[in-house]
Design a protein around this ligand. Structure first.
Ligand SMILES: [Zn+2]
Length: 223
């Protein structure tokens, strides 16, 4: 049983092993393998070294991420992770010394985790880790404040303020090169808050890897 394309529901053929048919696969809004950090809303506040993402935040990707997060489809982690793994391997090809030592999942609050039943960034992180052969630092980062959805509607400036010092790093990570994994990168506020927490506990460098990059002015409805 090959199943159906996650985007168009067509039956998959034998060669279509990615969970998407060849037409949908070809049409995915891929990003070039370049750093996105300078594109964030407040570059002067953006922390971390490299920010990489696999896709633009366009309808097909919005649909997949929405199903992954809100329609109880944790199995989509296995469909989406290979794209992020392939993208980061491409991104570091010219700078092998920059390759991180360990991966960290973007945390969610306990309350949000109870609502959803899983942390999509955590699932994605474990799948990517297996593909790129890196260990995962579990339980390292904790989100100590959540905005109960207000973050989705907040303007970029407000989002930066809300996220400031909202993460806690539980262990010493001195000298480590870390990469944080999240599903969607927008202003970079969450990524910066996480990088800030890790850097305060000694991380040598912190990179951010996301499945998709949304321009800060793009609506992120329900994500
Ligand atoms: Zn399709």
């Amino acid at each position: 049983m090959l199943g159906y394309c996650w985007l168009c529901d067509q039956s998959l053929r034998i060669a279509e092993t990615s969970g998407l048919c060849h037409v949908c696969l070809h049409d995915l809004p891929r990003l070039p393998p370049s750093c996105l950090r300078w594109r964030c809303q407040r570059p002067e506040l953006a922390l971390g070294r490299y920010w990489f993402a696999a896709f633009r935040w366009q309808p097909d990707i919005q649909h997949l991420v929405h199903r992954f997060k809100f329609q109880r489809c944790p199995e989509l982690a296995g469909i989406l992770a290979p794209f992020l793994a392939a993208q980061v391997q491409h991104c570091y090809r010219e700078k092998p010394d920059a390759w991180p030592d360990m991966l960290v999942a973007m945390p969610m609050t306990y309350k949000r985790w109870c609502q959803r039943g899983y942390n999509q960034a955590g699932l994605l992180t474990h799948q990517v880790a297996a593909l790129v052969q890196l260990p995962v630092a579990t339980g390292l980062l904790r989100r100590i404040r959540d905005d109960d959805g207000a973050q989705h509607h907040a303007g970029a400036g407000q989002r930066w303020q809300n996220m400031h010092r909202s993460m806690h790093c539980s262990r010493d990570v001195s000298g480590l090169k870390l990469a944080i994994i999240d599903d969607v990168l927008t202003t970079g506020a969450s990524m910066s808050a996480a990088a800030d927490a890790l850097t305060r506990r000694g991380a040598k460098v912190v990179d951010g890897w996301a499945l998709a990059y949304a321009e800060p002015h793009q609506p992120r409805e329900n994500t």
